[in-house]
Write a protein of this length. Sequence first.
Length: 242
Amino acid sequence: MDYQIIEGLLDVESIDRVKEIMNRDDLPWQGGGATVFRDNIRLDDEEVANFKVNKQLDPFADDDAQSEIGSIIFHATDNCFDWNNFVCPNNSKPPLITRTEEGGFYNTHHDASNVGHFSTTVFLNEPYEYDGGELCLDLNGDIKLVKLPAGSCITYRTGIPHCVNPVTCGHRDVAVFWTSTWFPDPHEWRIYRGIKRAIHFLPKKIEHLPLDESRDDPYFILLTIMHDMERKTFVRGKDDNS
C-alpha cells in the first residue's frame, strides 16, 4: 500500500480553531513559488505562473499562526495509531500551510527527494467550500482523485507523481508536511508495521506475567521482535551519522 487515508485526524474543536486562524486578515501570506526549485534554483516568476498558483505561509517563519496550526496537526498525528503505524515516523518537517483560490492550481510534479519518505496532506476546509482542487495521485498507472472532509488526511510515498486540479470556485486550504521513517527499506517497513499492528490488537497482559511465562506469551514475543528491529535501526542510524 503506497498511501493511507485517515478520516477525522483533527477533531471538531481543532478544525474550528484552524479555520479561525486561516481566516485572519493579518496572515503573512507569500506566493507559492517561494518553495519551487529546479536543480536547487528558484524558478522565475513566469515559470512559476505556469506551474503553481497559490499562496502559503512561510514554514520557517517565526509566526504564531504557523506555529499553532503546526502544533495542532502534530498533536493529532502523535496520538493517531493508524498514522504512526503507516509511517513509522522518525521526524517531520514543519507543515506548509497553503490556500489555493479560484484559478489556482499545482501542475504535475514530484516532491523533492530530500524532504522525507512520506508526504501528508491535511485538508483544512470542507469539500463543498470549493469546486475543483482535487489532489491527483498517479498510483501504479491509475489516477486517484482525493478531496477529503476538513480534518482528514492522506499520506503517500513522497516519490509518487501528483498535482492539484484548478480551483474553479471558492478556495482550498490544506497543510502539507513531509516525514522521514525509521524504516526506509520497504520490506523492513512492512514487517515492522505488521508486528506493531498485531501487538496493538493483542491483550496487553505483559505487566502481569512472571518472567518464565512471558517466554510463551504472543504479546511478549512480538514486543521483543519489535524492540530488536528498533534497536537495529537506531544503531544503524547512529552509524550513518557518525
